[in-house]
Design a binder for this molecule. Structure first.
Ligand code: AHR
Length: 326
């Protein structure tokens, strides 16, 4: 499955569309390949700020770069692939020591990653994978097993409903690895119970507003909805607003399964408005910085580092909430 500068003026343009610098110099600053002395410079091209998960992920990367003494150049692509490609090209031009990024979508990366390879800048994929035949384009991929997350959601449903069950699915960003894989894993598991049917499935782009809007449309077009399967907490939280506005009780009239387990999602779970959450851990910063140091030194790293994560029922959410970091 894992097959996946410019002038000062263009750097300034990039900064205009992105939050640059992260307190350690903007996309236009820094020495580098890129680095001054022994300091490693990392260019990080983030997806955006679409969800609570993403906010926690960005904070983890910024905090851990600082703790590791890594000079981080950070850009926010606002969920657009072309912005991420521009950011990566800018990092290549600045001769950073390592590039890390979380690809908005799975395909279309070969050209820019080949440019990084030719410039001898190692690339680390974090959070999301790419679909490319050329695995030499990146050193390692650190992140969750999204298919497994979908399977966990499907398993819970199979074990917790009886009889004909109509599911509506709120998909993540079209073409993004977590949207593709969470759908796949879920479908794999619910196939065991032909009574469970996905009657509608549409993207809510991983945002709360997207989830709300799509759920409003589902509530109008679908005569019977028993379950919402949302690919992240934010879309599930948007769906809760739509369900309440339609005079129904989320978690009771319509069961809700989500993925992430960020604080807002966990609070809704503990309150009984969500029924089950599959965890997706955003705190990837520490492992990313450790991998980056090794990659820059030319040391071997595993091709794949899978994040360890669990699941939460309503009772488990009540117990976990007080210590939840994000
Ligand atoms: O890639 C991870 C996913 O992206 C998270 O589940 C979601 O909340 C985010 O937007």
């Amino acid at each position: 499955m894992l097959k996946k500068i410019t002038t000062a003026a263009s750097v300034i343009a990039l900064c205009a569309l992105a939050a640059c610098g992260s307190g350690s110099g903007g996309a236009g600053s820094g020495t580098g390949n890129g680095s001054s002395g022994d300091t490693i410079t990392m260019g990080f091209a983030q997806v955006g700020a679409e969800s609570g998960w993403r906010t926690a992920n960005t904070k983890s990367i910024q905090d851990e770069a600082k703790a590791a003494g890594i000079d981080l150049k950070f850009s926010d692509a606002q969920q657009k692939q072309e912005n991420q490609i521009k950011a990566i090209r800018s990092y290549i031009q600045q001769k950073v020591d390592v590039i890390a990024f979380s690809p908005v979508v799975e395909t279309g990366w070969d050209t820019v990653l080949l440019e990084a390879k030719r410039a001898n800048i190692p690339v680390i994929l974090t959070d999301r994978a790419i679909d490319s035949d050329d695995t030499s384009l990146y050193k390692t991929f650190l992140g969750s097993d999204f298919v497994e997350e979908g399977r966990k959601a499907g398993d819970w449903l199979v074990q917790n409903v009886n009889g004909p069950t109509n599911v509506v699915e709120l998909q993540g960003t079209t073409g993004a690895a977590p949207a593709i894989d969470r759908k796949k894993g879920f479908e794999e598991k619910i196939a065991a119970k032909p009574d469970i049917k996905v009657v509608a499935s549409q993207t809510g782009d991983f945002t709360r507003s997207g989830g709300k809007q799509v759920m409003e449309a589902f509530l109008k077009s679908q005569p019977k909805i028993d379950v919402v399967y949302a690919h992240n907490d934010d879309m599930g939280l948007g769906a809760i607003e739509a369900i309440k506005a339609a005079g129904k009780v989320p978690g009771k009239d319509i069961k809700i399964i989500t993925v992430d387990a960020v604080k807002d999602g966990m609070t809704a779970l503990a309150n009984g408005e969500i029924n089950f959450i599959v965890e997706c851990n955003p705190l990837l910063g520490k492992q990313l910085m450790e991998l980056a140091k090794k990659v820059v030194k030319g040391e071997e790293v595993p091709a794949r580092v899978v994040t360890v994560e669990g699941t939460f029922t309503q009772e488990q959410a009540k117990a976990a909430l007080p210590q939840r970091q994000y």
